[in-house]
Design a protein around this ligand. Sequence first.
Ligand SMILES: [Zn+2]
Length: 201
Amino acid sequence: MLFCIDEARRIMSRFYCHACSLPQSACLCAHVSPQPCPLPVLILQHPLEAKHAKSTVPLLRLALPDMQLAITEHLAPLPPPASGRWWLLYPSEQALDLDSAGVALPMADIGGLIVLDGTWRKTRRLLHLNPWLRQLPALSFSRAPAGAYAIRKGPGGQALSTLESLAHVLNRLDADFSPAPLHRLLRARVAQFQAHRVPEG
Ligand SMILES: [Zn+2]
């Protein structure tokens, strides 16, 4: 049987939304309210996580279009941001807790945020393979709202999705940044999964 790639693409494009790249039955465009990142954000995603159907990173790309995404195990050190330094969002022992009372955030020094995306095991591996990340100052949080991403719980059921973590942290770094559009988009996605309308990968 002859198989033409262009024909296959034409057929597939009928079923996928061009704007959000999701199947048309799961199109989320009506729930997306894009907003700019208040500071440069790069998500370093473990390649195995990128294959996960329930990753929240595709939602973040819709909601924060100027966010950068690197899907790799090895990331070359980044050039410094326009001001300040890159900070890593990771709960290391030395991390500065954004939610801790009395902590004065060194806003001028926080020039950009690197977020690791993957299970704890995969993010530890990313840190191991990219030692320069461990040299960066780190941010963590302790008072984020309870996770709403009911379809995918981390160990102990406490883990927040990457979307919820970033929504909380960006709001703490810039009070003008509203986490609500991100939460609305996540709720729409959860509703789709709960209605079994989204094929699981
Ligand atoms: Zn769409």
